[in-house]
Design a protein around this ligand. Structure first.
Ligand code: MG
Length: 254
């Protein structure tokens, strides 16, 4: 039987507990409260904690046993921080500097009809790399996207970057594996292999007999795909937050 001690249910946020980008309904809050009497509950989302508070309320850290923001790069249990990781700390200043230098050097060799500014955006869990520059206008963005479809600028860059940084050793002998992934219209991201939602499992895998995961983007290419298919987890695919409520009522009579 599922108990608070042996069972953890992890939820994606957007499309699983809420309409994407919007706040959770009162019904969802009531169902989760009833569920928490029976099992341990947590959330794992790609957004930061600020966005999670907007969607799930100011008491989100109190309402869930585990809160994993940015896929678990910021981890909380019972309101207390239990882990903090960043791209910078993972790589170390030297390797991060090399990656940024390589980016600027490669971007300087790319011929484009237009270039603007902000070619590297530094984020907590990744670098966002943009050959045209993120400060381009909406029209320039569209133009680049069409140009890139024909000339495969980003594809060629991803290949070069992967060859150099896909698997390498830092000066102090640590093994680093980076993934380069095209997203959106103008840029590609650099982040460590494994820094998807499965990142959060290190904090809970040894503590529960059963870990369930509910998510809406569980197909290949979706941001729930890796955790949904992880052998440590029993995955459920939902099509909306109403679907989540329906399944929870069925499974736990909440
Ligand atoms: Mg989602």
């Amino acid at each position: 039987m599922a108990t608070r001690e042996n069972t953890l249910i992890l939820f994606d946020v957007d499309g699983t507990l809420t309409v994407p980008r919007l706040a959770a309904t009162q019904e969802m809050h009531d169902v989760l409260k009833a569920l928490r009497d029976k099992v341990t509950i947590g959330i794992v989302g790609g957004s930061d904690l600020v966005k999670q508070v907007e969607q799930l309320g100011a008491s989100v850290l109190a309402d869930f046993d585990f809160v994993f923001a940015e896929n678990g790069l910021a981890a909380y249990e019972k309101g207390q921080s239990i882990g903090e990781q960043s791209f910078k700390d993972h790589l170390g200043e030297e390797a991060l500097g090399e990656l940024i230098d390589f980016t600027l050097s490669e971007f300087s060799k790319v011929k484009l009809p237009k270039k603007r500014g902000t070619f590297v955006e530094y984020r907590k869990g990744m670098l966002n790399l943009c050959p045209i520059g993120r400060s381009c206008s909406q029209d320039e963005r569209r133009e680049f996207f069409e140009y890139d479809k024909i000339h495969k600028i980003r594809e060629a860059l991803v290949e070069k970057f992967t060859a150099k940084f896909g698997s390498f050793q830092t000066a102090d002998g640590r093994q680093i594996n980076l993934k380069f992934s095209i997203g959106g219209e103008i840029s590609f991201d650099a982040f460590p292999v494994g820094w998807d939602k499965t990142f959060c499992l290190q904090y809970v895998e040894k503590r529960f007999e059963n870990i369930l995961f509910f998510g809406d983007k569980t197909a290949k290419g979706g941001n729930d795909f890796e955790i949904y298919n992880d052998p440590r987890v029993k995955g459920y695919t939902v099509v909306s937050y109403q679907d989540t409520i329906r399944i929870l009522k069925e499974l736990y009579n909440v």
